[in-house]
Design a protein around this ligand. Sequence first.
Ligand SMILES: [Zn+2]
Length: 421
Amino acid sequence: MARKTTKQRNEELVKIGKKLRHYGLKLRLEPSVQQKQAIHQNIGNARFTFNFYLSEKREVYQLTKQTLTYNEFKKAFNGLKDHPYFSWLAKSDKFALECAMEQVDDAFNRFFKGQNKFPKFKSKHHSEQSYSTKETNGNIKLDVENQTVQLPKIGKVKARVSKKYRKLYLENGVDGKIKSATVKYHSSGHYSISLKMEKIIDLEDNPDFSIVPESQVIGLDLGLHHFLIDSNGKKIENPKFLTKSLKKLSKLQRRLKNKKIGSHNYKKLQKKVSKLHLNIANQRKDFLHQTSRKIVNENQVIILEDLNIKGMIKNKRLSRSIADVGWGKFKTFVTYKAEWENKKVVIIDRFFPSTKECNGCKEKNVLLSLSDRTWVCPNCGKEHDRDINAAANIKEEGIRIVKLELPMHFLPQELRSVPVS
Ligand SMILES: [Zn+2]
């Protein structure tokens, strides 16, 4: 029997005035030596399964132009598991292997929809290695009080549950049901787990956003110099976490070059580089969480521009700064935080001329160049700060769209797929 998709289940729930809400819970894990071995066995076996299914699928397609299906492969694969030569496959969590096969199917589906490149083999040399597994008959359990997570074939692993969550738990119990888990190993030596939680919530009536007062609506212009400029004229500096650590990073990398590959010192230094990368990523994530939280708390409708981030990252000169600033993550955070609180995010078209239009008289200033930080409208004489004017235009365009009441599916795909509610 095919699994019901979230969409199908939501369609059923809507009839009784409910809907699904998914959210993630990420915890640091502190596995014992034995548990570490078991985790790496699962990671390795899941990778093997992924790569094996992928290569079989490719070969079958090349030879016959037919699609090898999940069920066909699984049947053959289970036969293989009984062979003594592949006995190590039976040592791992069988759901981890199923998840790996599902990931191949997902990757192909996304490829055929044009959302992804052709699926690639998984390498064991990435700094982050992981496997996913599914909850079935209570095989994954979170014990908040004792701070452990029980995992199939691994047992109870020590986990770090934040004080805040423990307090919430004491008051309300675990909020939702565990659906699946992804266990990650980072080459800096850290282990973590992401639990996908699901709960069924009441379907609230969607507020009418077209009548929200304008003081509750904000337009955001994202940039490199300033991280963001809002339509109220507020500017937030770009914290440039990567740029700030770049000196340290390149120093470490230079030292790494002089070490013999694979030597003890090489590995030690490699771990240091990994740790620094992780540190930069965490700092950035904290900043993005705090900034998005504040904006969602203070506003009902949030309007952003749909930036072509992928296209911009192809520009070599800019790519590092753009990756460092984290616009994509920021949009994702704002979008799901707003969804949770029944607020609205509007993404306006990237071709909307937010910069060149005068917010006063709507005349387009075709002479405006990239270096003009402030300008005076040749038509009405109004003085503009380039970015504040853009944010004000973004806000106005967003209000226009909200009044037209365009449905949510106008959101770009990468944003729609995040809040599953
Ligand atoms: Zn003007």
